[in-house]
Write a protein that binds this ligand. Structure first.
Ligand SMILES: Nc1ncnc2c1ncn2[C@@H]1O[C@H](COP(=O)(O)OP(=O)(O)O)[C@@H](O)[C@H]1O
Ligand SMILES: [Mg+2]
Length: 249
């Protein structure tokens, strides 16, 4: 389980330090599909980069299974990063590599080589996302939704415990979005991997998340089960994201 405690991240701005994350605390239970929602600039991507320690928080703790990972370095930090996979809005595939080599890339990054067992595993994962027949294709030959499915297969290669999805469906049409969300839900059910879905779209949260945290100006303004937050949004941010705004008020 991930426990985020009093997390702050400040960036040096024109008028002194600006807090992108301002005393964020919440827990992510193992096996959950947790939504983190907020409008543009709320701090979502900053939070993701802090959780996988691509950026170091200014203060606060990220406790994973009882261990504060913000103090890790060297081999321990690398091994923590392998437990946390990422999926991005722009898919992040390597254009010069085939689909299969993209899925094998985490093995190459972790060990410096790709074994035949690794290739077999990568083909299994491509089969799981329905793209085994595209193994020899290049990313540019695939649709956006297909590229994101390759990125999901790649994310699963090292057997992560957590998958962080930062606006993973924001560049996709509604049909591809549904395919990706269903795939993520099925993977969560099948493997128990914890999925953290970062989005500005309430419809994404509604479709696959069990719990949700609402961010506004770097702060948690609301959290709870998706059913509760949808039935009775309390914060202004949640109401706006749910489009429950009275324009004439
Ligand atoms: N590297 C950075 N340097 C300075 N300011 C940043 C940096 N990254 C993000 N910010 C600022 O932090 C705030 C939150 O940004 P971000 O986490 O990208 O929000 P979101 O992903 O919710 O749109 C914004 O005001 C943004 O301008
Ligand atoms: Mg963002």
């Amino acid at each position: 389980m991930i426990q985020i405690k009093h997390l702050c991240k400040a960036y040096e701005g024109a008028e002194g330090p600006a807090r992108a994350l301002d005393d964020i605390s919440f827990d992510i239970a193992d096996g959950d599909i947790m939504g983190i929602i907020g409008m543009s600039g709320a701090g979502k991507s900053t939070l993701v980069r802090c959780i996988n320690l691509l950026e170091h928080p200014t203060s606060g703790q990220i406790i994973v299974d009882g261990q504060d990972v913000t103090s890790l370095s060297g081999a321990e930090l690398r091994s923590y990063r392998r437990r946390v996979a990422m999926i991005f809005q722009n898919f992040g595939l390597l254009a010069q590599k085939t689909v299969l080599d993209n899925v094998c890339f985490p093995f190459l990054a972790a060990t410096g080589k790709v074994t035949s067992d690794n290739r077999t595993r990568a083909l299994e994962l491509l089969d799981m996302v329905g793209l085994k027949e595209k193994a020899s294709s290049y990313p540019s030959q695939l649709s956006g939704g297909q590229q994101q499915r390759v990125a999901i297969a790649r994310a699963l290669a090292c057997g992560p415990e957590y998958i962080l999805c930062d606006e993973a469906t924001s560049a996709l049409d509604p049909a591809s979005t549904n395919t990706i969300l269903k795939l993520l839900r099925d993977i969560n059910r099948k493997t128990g991997v914890t999925i953290i879905v970062i989005t500005h779209a309430m419809s994404v949260v509604e479709k696959i998340c069990r719990n949700v945290v609402v961010l506004e100006h770097g702060r948690v303004v609301e959290q709870g089960s998706v059913a509760d937050v949808f039935a009775n949004p309390v914060s202004q941010a949640a109401k706006v994201l749910l489009e429950r705004v009275d324009w004439d008020a």
